[in-house]
Design a protein around this ligand. Structure first.
Ligand code: DAH
Length: 341
């Protein structure tokens, strides 16, 4: 049995030293030291030994068991160290490599002007109303008191959608007034921003698609003084306290009286400069007192209620605010241009 134990020792130590991973090492432990392992199998033959031999072989077997256990533990430690090294290499992180930068966009310059204007109106107590860009011609023209022969209805000015001329791409945001008044009882105080469309040739100041903000206030006892107060507040917030406004008589089918509103040139403060083409004034918007026919067309009694309305062109306002000389730049979406704002 001594020879058996010695042979086992050599074989087991060589196998343990050669184990290449933790699984095969565990298999060796079971093979040599397990309950049904090779050492146990040898010890089972001890019954056939003499009384003198038994303690000697027992001691040898114990020593071998300890030796193999120690060898397996040492090999496990070595294999674990190798595995850890491999993992460290695999997961190595070079924090000096430049990262991939997220491209954070920014607001389009048109959107900026729009938000600035909406902020001011919200501060004045207005809510925001939206309407569709493909709109009923009835809402764009008829209910807004526009005569049948009015030039704005012409096919050369307006994009019609169908042969019956029932739908158009809205030429103004004013039809949102109709939608609001038909769906909401006074008091009404809304602004409505959006895109509008006209058959204009593209040039430095024209585009077939442009932007407006419509305003509408309807309540008992609303007068032109309320219109002036509101628009003066807008201009002072846009261009500074003390900036003067000028109300000129004008004509719109949906207001009576109607006016156009200019503000004192914010560049030269009224002296005259290239920005205002020497005028000292810059045209801002159209406005007026809502025509009684419009109120009636939308189910509101003009004997009880009065109102004012206005329509601001946002594109020109953006060009002036950001000193942009050509409208086309705003819509071309060249990032080198847009990133400036
Ligand atoms: N819709 C007019 C336009 O596009 C602007 C306008 C003028 C709107 C007077 C109004 C208003 O609400 O009262 O030229």
């Amino acid at each position: 049995m001594k020879e058996q134990l010695t042979a086992l020792k050599h074989e087991a130590l060589a196998a343990i030293a050669g184990a290449e991973d933790l699984q095969s090492l565990e298999a060796l432990r079971v093979r040599f030291l397990g309950k049904k392992g090779e050492l146990t199998a040898i010890l089972k033959q001890m019954g056939g030994l003499s009384a003198e031999e038994r303690p000697v072989i027992g001691q040898m077997a114990n020593a071998l068991s300890e030796k193999l256990t120690g060898a397996i533990a040492a090999r496990r430690e070595a294999l674990e160290a190798v595995a850890l090294d491999a993992q460290l290499v695999r997961e190595k992180l070079d924090i000096t490599i430049p990262g991939t930068r997220e491209a954070v966009g920014k607001q389009h310059v048109m959107r900026k002007t729009l938000d600035e204007a909406l902020d001011i109106f919200i501060g004045l107590g207005f809510s925001i109303a939206e309407g569709p860009e493909v709109e009923l011609a009835v809402n764009v023209f008829d209910k807004l008191n526009t005569p049948d022969a009015h030039p704005s209805r012409d096919w050369s000015d307006t994009f019609y959608f169908d042969r019956d001329s029932e739908y158009v791409l809205r030429t103004q945001t004013s039809p949102v007034q109709v939608r609001v008044m038909e769906n909401q009882k006074p008091p009404i105080r809304v602004v409505s921003p959006g895109r509008v469309y006209r058959k204009d040739e593209v040039d430095a100041t024209h585009s077939p698609m442009f932007h407006q903000i419509e305003g509408l206030v309807v309540d008992k006892g609303i007068t032109m003084a309320d219109l002036k107060g509101t628009l003066n507040a807008l201009v002072e917030q846009l261009y500074g306290v003390g900036t003067a406004t000028r109300f000129r008589p004008h004509h719109f089918p949906f207001t009576e009286p109607s006016c156009e509103v200019d503000c004192q040139c914010f560049k030269c403060r009224g002296k005259g400069c290239p920005m205002c083409k020497g005028e000292g004034w810059i045209e801002l918007l159209g406005a007026g007192m809502v025509h009684p026919n419009v109120l009636r067309n939308c189910g509101i009694d003009p004997e009880v209620y009065t109102g004012f309305a206005f329509g601001i062109g946002l594109d020109r306002m953006t060009m002036m605010r950001y000193n942009i000389s050509d409208l086309r730049l705003i819509f071309e979406n060249d990032l080198r241009f847009l990133r400036q704002f």
